[in-house]
Design a protein. Structure first.
Ligand code: MTE
Ligand code: MO
Length: 201
């Protein structure tokens, strides 16, 4: 078996192989689009982002207010349950910690909800302490509509279906409530390192 360089394209190395969870392959420079329905096109004037549900103080930001929040740049590997991974993706946006800071969270989970009706559930522990963002920039450019623009959730340590595109808010829930793919048999949590693809994995 040859382990030498393939000549051009993305370098294979011990470092990147260590970053590939079980059953995944490196998609290189490609960035596949996976959407369960049509791409919504919500104009900024009609866009807002909400934190609601089991909170003491519900929050809403207009597009301009969201853009004025403290921002972070993140460079992360992402892993889709259809087996592609992409290394070193660069995003900018607002940490979920910042979005939840003044809400007075009382529940244990969040259900992210999106334009078009997509939802996905996450334990609070998976979206706090610097593990999740609402991002509006990819690779230095405004996030393209097919990849979730104007803004999407980014939860890179879980399979990418947890990173809800066209996100419009987080509903804090008192208990775990399955989202769109979770209802159709995907794993509840989706840790790529444990290969939690489908319920029962
Ligand atoms: N709103 C919404 N978010 C979504 C999806 C979707 O269909 N609708 N697909 C999910 C899945 S299965 C994956 S793998 C990623 C794909 O993101 P991409 O199209 O930017 O690669 O978005 C996730 N977020
Ligand atoms: Mo996916």
């Amino acid at each position: 078996m040859s382990l030498v360089s393939r000549g051009f394209g993305r370098r294979r190395s011990a470092t990147t192989d260590d970053r590939l969870p079980p059953g995944q392959y490196d998609t290189g420079d490609r960035f596949p689009v996976l959407s369960a329905g049509p791409t919504p096109h919500t104009p900024p004037a009609q866009w807002d982002l909400a934190v609601r549900g089991e909170v003491a103080a519900p929050q809403t930001w207009t597009w301009e207010e969201f853009r004025a929040l403290p921002r972070e740049s993140v460079s992360v590997d992402i892993h889709c349950v259809t087996k592609w991974s992409k290394f070193g993706t660069r995003w900018e946006g607002v940490s979920v910690d910042t979005l939840l800071a003044d809400a007075g969270v009382q529940g244990s989970h969040v259900l992210a909800f999106s334009d078009g009706g997509y939802t996905t559930n996450l334990p609070l522990d998976d979206v706090t302490n610097g593990r999740a963002w609402v991002v509006d920039t990819y690779d230095g450019q405004p996030l393209a509509p097919e990849h979730g623009g104007p803004a999407r959730l980014l939860v890179p340590h879980l399979y990418f279906w947890k990173s809800a595109k066209w996100v419009r808010g987080l509903s804090v829930t008192p208990r775990n409530e399955p989202g769109f793919w979770e209802t159709f048999g995907y794993h509840d949590r989706g840790d790529p390192w444990r290969e939690q693809r489908y319920s029962g994995d």
